[in-house]
Design a protein around this ligand. Structure first.
Ligand SMILES: [Zn+2]
Length: 367
């Protein structure tokens, strides 16, 4: 009888969980018209809605093998607490990446000042949430905010996550306002470094990639969302050549399947290079788990078990199973979160203990 294979749980380093509601429903010609639908969905969020829908989606993530999630959160403080409750109920480790938003977007996203933003961060940390700081983008946060948030993250040893270079228009706006590209502005503002993750970097040029490499900054790729939104192709081979750390996120949650994110990442690299095996299987699985944990400052997180009797793995030699998972399996090969088995040494700190909600039961209503 085939048994199970234990793997480190996948780490979803970038999620906007409320956007799950838009799958299939949000049309539009490009990213910017999609964004209008997204803003309308954000506007209707309440703590009760977040509590209900985030638990459902976090259970989907857990069933798909994600045992930790970085929630890039800009919906407000009561909704942040609701997200934490949802994660605990679903049995997923949550790092709340609390977003600083100075301009644009919706009024509910914004703080009056960077001091107000940092006061929110302190309040959430005081309530026991595990927090990363997250200036939304160079579009939404001015240089003074970026500098102040970078200093705070350094002083407190916190992860810093920021969107950059997802869309050409964002780069053009940055060039006209600041005379430099977004990742150059992040470098000037002190935002790059080993605790920093730049989300997307889809249109980063060579100079920007060099800045990420020399500073030890991580890139979080979100391939299924980047495909859905028509963002473009991650410069995967140029990132690999510079040994820039990579992790993955489900972002808009149009799909919740870590194998698909990794397969798409390698597929982009193959199309760009005309070669196979640009990233090794071990590297891809590390992007999906350990690298995401490092990006979130996560010390330990649950392992998962793969069903070796799944039809997708029938006839696959045991040595080939890891490669077959990336090449040809979907998330339904994940049979469960391994009870009590965790990755990484030590304790993950306050607020880390997610309840064990029992067997994976995605799709069923919470009881
Ligand atoms: Zn995002």
């Amino acid at each position: 009888m085939p048994g199970t294979l234990s793997l480190p749980g996948f780490v979803n380093a970038h999620s906007h969980t409320f956007q799950r509601a838009l799958r299939g429903a949000a049309g539009g010609d490009d990213f910017w018209s999609w964004r209008e639908k997204m803003l309308a969905e954000a506007e209707r969020q309440t703590p009760a809605l977040v509590r209900e829908t985030y638990e459902r989606t976090y259970r989907e993530m857990r069933a798909a093998g994600y045992t930790a999630v970085g929630e890039f959160h800009y919906l407000g403080l009561p909704e942040a607490h609701a997200a934490r409750e949802a994660a605990v109920a679903a049995g997923v480790e949550l790092i709340l990446l609390h977003v600083a938003y100075a301009r644009g977007g919706l009024p509910r996203f914004r703080q009056e000042s960077v001091a107000d933003y940092l006061a929110e961060v302190e309040e959430l940390r005081g309530a026991g949430l595990r927090i990363g700081v997250a200036p939304h983008s160079v579009r939404a946060t001015p240089v003074g905010w970026l500098e102040e948030i970078a200093r705070y993250a350094d002083r407190e040893g916190l992860p810093l996550h920021v969107h950059a270079d997802e869309q050409p228009r964002e780069i053009e706006e940055c060039l006209s306002e600041h005379g430099c590209r977004p990742i150059e502005l992040l470098a000037r503002s002190g935002c790059l470094g080993e605790r920093t993750t730049v989300v997307h970097a889809t249109h980063a040029d060579g100079g920007e990639l060099d800045l990420l490499a020399s500073s030890g900054t991580t890139i979080c790729a979100c391939p299924t969302t980047e495909a859905d939104l028509g963002d473009g192709f991650l410069p995967a081979e140029r990132i690999r050549r510079r040994s820039i750390p990579l992790c993955v996120g489900s972002d808009s949650n149009v799909r919740i399947d870590p194998f698909e994110e990794l397969r798409e990442l390698e597929g982009i690299a193959r199309r760009q290079t005309g070669r196979r095996g640009v990233f090794s299987t071990d590297e891809l699985l590390e992007f999906g788990s350990e690298r995401g944990a490092v990006a979130l400052g996560l010390g330990d997180w649950p392992r998962i078990e793969i069903d070796l009797g799944h039809p997708s793995l029938a006839g696959v030699a045991s040595d080939d199973v890891p490669a077959a998972l990336v090449a040809g399996c979907a998330a339904d090969v994940v049979v469960r979160t391994a009870p009590g088995a965790r990755v990484g040494p030590g304790c993950a700190g306050p607020g880390s203990a997610a309840a064990d909600p029992g067997p994976i039961d995605a799709g069923r209503p919470p009881t």
